[in-house]
Design a binder for this molecule. Structure first.
Ligand code: IPD
Ligand code: CA
Ligand code: CA
Length: 260
């Protein structure tokens, strides 16, 4: 309930800022941050701290507080900042809660739709109070996938260009929307059958991976090992096409060590 309250309240801050001029700073050449990102993070942190003063908090814009608590809140105060800046309709607020390193709560508010996706460990996944589940498709050739590209244009990015081309060729298409947490929710609700990306951060995935798993999907690294939010590569799917997607990654990137 606290994660929902915080994300709804920050969603309001972001929606209110949509028709106002953006105040953009640059973390890198194409890595944007706005005052709205910072305002949203402060707002979420103050709501969490009021409810759970001793809990740990890791936020994209302000880092990690000092805490010995087994509880860790992982916040992306505005996922899809580039989209927000341009008014392209795919961005979100994402809040994941980990207990002893295991995701136990995930909330993503997809904007500008203002649709809330959430999951609690062992209790299923929901969108606006309706139970959601992944797609049942088991054919890669009939799948729709989604991916994303990070801001650093190094080896991981180049690998992803290869995978993008390959999966576009062997499926019904690959989308690239620009907010990883939303992409994961689209897997969880069966809008797409699979998602993969390199070079993400803990706040991009902390909420979405639980929402996918609780909706009946699968999440792993591309080398088939279990995924942790601190890993740099992720593959999430409806489960049925998971091994098939991993086989294609192996085929397309045989010379690349993806287990970073
Ligand atoms: C970004 C988005 C995007 C992904 C990037 C992320 P930000 O987050 O999730 O989809 O491709 O790798 O950094 O910077 O907008 O919070
Ligand atoms: Ca993000
Ligand atoms: Ca962000």
């Amino acid at each position: 309930e606290v994660a929902k309250k915080a994300s709804h309240s920050s969603a309001k801050i972001i929606l209110n800022a949509l028709d106002k001029p953006r105040n953009v700073d640059y973390k890198g050449k194409s890595n944007l941050v706005t005052q709205t990102d910072r305002k949203s993070e402060q707002n979420i942190k103050s709501i969490i701290s009021e409810a759970f003063p001793e809990h740990g908090i890791l936020g994209e814009e302000t880092g990690k507080n000092k805490s010995d608590s087994p509880w860790l809140w992982v916040i992306d105060p505005l996922d899809g900042t580039t989209n927000f800046v341009h008014g392209y309709p795919s961005f979100s607020v994402s809040i994941g809660v980990l207990h002893q390193n295991k995701p136990v709560v995930g909330v993503v508010v997809e904007l500008p739709l203002n649709r809330i996706y959430y999951a609690v460990q062992n209790e299923g996944s929901f969108c606006d109070d309706n139970s959601i589940s992944v797609s049942t498709n088991s054919n890669l050739s009939q799948s729709l996938l989604v991916t994303g590209f990070g801001y650093e244009h190094g080896d991981l990015w180049k690998n992803n260009m290869r995978l993008f081309r390959h999966f576009t060729h062997i499926t019904q298409g690959v989308r690239r929307l620009g907010a990883a947490s939303v992409d994961l929710c689209h897997v969880a609700s069966g809008k797409v059958d699979g998602f993969w990306e390199f070079d993400l951060h803990p706040w991009d995935t902390a909420a979405g991976i639980l929402i996918v798993k609780e909706a009946g999907g699968m999440v792993s690294k591309m080398d088939r090992n279990p995924f942790s939010i601190y890993d740099k590569q992720i593959l999430a799917s409806n489960g049925n096409i998971h091994a098939k997607m991993l086989d294609e990654v192996d085929k397309e990137l045989p010379d690349i060590i993806v287990s970073k």
